[in-house]
Design a protein around this ligand. Structure first.
Ligand code: KG4
Ligand code: ZN
Length: 343
């Protein structure tokens, strides 16, 4: 079964054709990052407008690259939330139009479930149950993937997401948006024991995290050093910060694996591109004989192939959109049935 999937939840306009949830036939991502960089973050109005301008070209290219037409694929899928509502609406309305015109079924997909499904594209033999660490710009979660469409949150960030924390710390250091990537690069030549930060611990909730204190500590350190005229060892600041955030994510993930007896753990979201996080997951997995699955770097950020992968399993669960399909800004990952998007 071939699904044409569309993703416009943030600042990437993306379309892909995916076969049986496992094989990418084509994948096109138009990224707006350069345009948002001068503002230091994503400007929702600009994102929506650019999606409007690019979506038909991106979809046409994904179909052409796959040797398909709208008439020859088997179903359509679209990210319906969570994300920027104006951006999501562009994809949702485009997909609804295509579905009406072609008579093809339309599958609404939860963006975070899509990130998790990038792992199905990475490992053909991966099947639930498994645990997944989701670390993106908007979410930090430890998810128990009990089945393809049955997910439960075991731990979460109570405030800033890991990616948001990376971006805000990076911004304070003067790196361009999205700062996580540059912070990762700088950290490689730094000493990770040079600076100390508060642990992202939440009293009474051992699998939850709080990253806002770490972010504030970075901002204060830079501010105080500037006032005293001291120079900051930026690579070491990056490495120390990264160590604090990655340790918090990885220790909680493996605590959850111990509690649930999980033998496989995956990772998802933009922060899963992080060099230290990937190395640390590999090492801990080896030490504990737990299988680690990670999406390739091409699938860690936003793309439509991951949406097409999850859509296949939503389709098998009978999750098809009706006329009431809308876009939603927030939605927990344990909800993702069509009715959850009809608001
Ligand atoms: O999943 P994603 O593409 O978008 C959301 O759905 O939020 O995640 C984007 C986030 C940004 O915060 C970006 O800085 C972060 O992923 N990111 C990284 C790296 N590459 C992207 N953070 C740390 N290290 C990286 N190498
Ligand atoms: Zn994302």
């Amino acid at each position: 079964m071939r699904i044409l999937a569309i993703e416009t939840s943030c600042d990437e306009t993306a379309a892909a054709v995916v076969e049986d949830g496992r094989r990418i036939v084509s994948s096109v991502v138009y990224t707006q990052i350069a345009e948002h960089r001068i503002y230091g973050g994503v400007v929702p109005e600009i994102a929506s407008r650019r999606h409007m301008e690019k979506i038909d070209l991106v979809v046409e290219k994904a179909l052409a690259d796959a040797g398909e037409t709208v008439g020859s694929v088997d179903a359509l899928a679209v990210t319906a939330g969570p994300g920027l509502v104006g951006a999501l609406l562009v994809g949702v309305n485009f997909a609804k139009g295509l579905s009406l015109a072609s008579g093809l079924p339309l599958i609404p997909v939860h963006h975070i479930r899509g990130h998790i499904a990038a792992n199905y594209l990475a490992a053909a033999d991966l099947t639930p149950p498994f645990l997944c660490l989701v670390a993106s710009g908007g979410h930090s979660l430890i998810v128990d993937v009990r089945d393809y469409t049955d997910l439960a949150v075991l731990g979460r960030s109570r405030d800033d997401a890991a990616g948001e924390c990376f971006d805000k710390a990076a911004r304070a250091m003067g790196f361009p948006y999205p700062g996580g990537v540059e912070l990762d690069r700088q950290a490689r030549s730094g000493d990770d024991s040079k600076y100390r930060f508060p642990k992202p611990h939440v009293e009474g909730a051992p699998l939850d995290m709080s990253f806002s204190g770490v972010k504030t500590a970075v901002v204060n350190l830079l501010h105080n050093s500037a006032q005293r005229g001291e120079t900051v060892d930026v690579p070491s600041l990056c490495a120390s910060f990264e160590k604090t955030v990655c340790e918090a994510l990885v220790t909680r993930l493996f605590s959850a694996a111990r509690e649930t007896g999980a033998k496989t753990v995956c990772v998802a979201g933009g922060v899963s591109a992080n060099t230290r996080l990937r190395a640390s997951l590999e090492k801990e997995g080896r030490d504990r004989s737990i299988r680690i699955v990670m999406p390739p770097l091409s699938l860690t950020g936003d793309n439509a192939a991951m949406i097409g992968a999850q859509a296949y399993y939503e389709f098998l669960a009978g999750h098809l959109a009706d006329d009431g399909l809308n876009a939603v800004a927030t939605l927990p990952v344990d909800r993702g049935a069509p009715a959850d998007f009809n608001v």
